[in-house]
Design a protein around this ligand. Structure first.
Ligand code: HEC
Ligand code: HEC
Length: 204
């Protein structure tokens, strides 16, 4: 029984490693060609477009991009535009697109509300012991660059987009996170969400 369990653990680990090796080994040129269909919203350089609710993809952890595209395709993450687009992509397309966007530099956002940034920094670095909110940096990294393969980059992201995602986690309308973010966001006030999103948008 013990041996069977350790074999399961080992083969599970192997699958995760194989998937991340695949996600990081994509073909950048093939990804760039496919991403022509994405530039209108995510920007020609992957740093977002006219609408601040269109996220930046530049510099994202590649495994995270692959996971989100698969989740849009399967319906685990729901958004009409992205679900329709992801439905046309093969796993190879997703891996190539992820390699392309991961290779582009992310630009930090400019406009920042100093008071919100201060509140947000406190929460990002130390969490909120009273309400049981963990420090964001323990998973997203001290500079918000994320930790591959599982924890996404949040630095420089549009604050509008980050607020929308946190509210979606809080309301339970985005549930493709294995309950990690839904549990955290549930304990946060809308004010805390706004503050931390403002802080993350200026991180680089
Ligand atoms: C019409 C605008 C539009 C187009 C075109 C578009 N997207 Fe998106 N994309 C969005 C929006 C809006 C979201 C945020 C969805 C949400 O709120 O959950 C998003 C989210 C994403 C995310 C998740 C980002 C994150 O940080 O979690 C990925 C990955 C993504 N898009 C990839 C692509 C790719 C690849 C293409 C081209 C094949 C593409 N998108 C084309 C609007 C668009
Ligand atoms: C225990 C680890 C952990 C902690 C702590 C954590 N996160 Fe996350 N976060 C994740 C994971 C994992 C995901 C990706 C979920 C998925 O795969 O869809 C994520 C996703 C996100 C996203 C969505 C990113 C995108 O591009 O759509 C935002 C925004 C976010 N986290 C903000 C925060 C904030 C703010 C805090 C602190 C209050 C925080 N996180 C604390 C693990 C964590």
């Amino acid at each position: 029984m013990k041996r069977l369990m350790s074999m399961t653990v080992v083969s599970g680990l192997w699958l995760v490693l194989a998937a991340s090796a695949q996600a990081t080994g994509g073909n950048v040129a093939a990804g760039q060609a496919k991403a022509a269909a994405c530039a209108g919203c995510h920007g020609a350089d992957g740093n977002g477009g006219a609408d601040p609710s269109w996220p930046k993809l530049a510099g994202h952890v590649p495994e995270y991009i692959v996971k989100q595209l698969s989740d849009f395709k399967s319906g685990a993450r729901k958004e009409p535009t992205m679900s329709a687009l992801a439905a046309t992509l093969s796993t190879t397309d997703m891996i190539n697109i992820a390699a392309y966007y991961a290779s582009l530099p992310r630009k930090p956002s400019a406009a920042r509300n100093a008071e919100l940034v201060k509140q947000g920094e406190k929460l990002y670095r130390g969490g909120n012991a009273k309400t049981g909110v963990s420090a964001c940096m323990s998973c997203h990294g001290p500079s918000g660059h994320g930790i591959p393969p599982r924890f996404p980059k949040v630095s420089g992201q549009s604050a509008t987009y980050s607020v929308q995602q946190m509210l979606a986690f809080k309301a339970g309308t985005r549930t493709n996170d294995g309950e990690t973010m839904t549990r955290i966001a549930f304990r946060m006030s809308e004010q805390e969400i706004k503050a931390v999103a403002e802080y993350m948008s200026g991180l680089h």
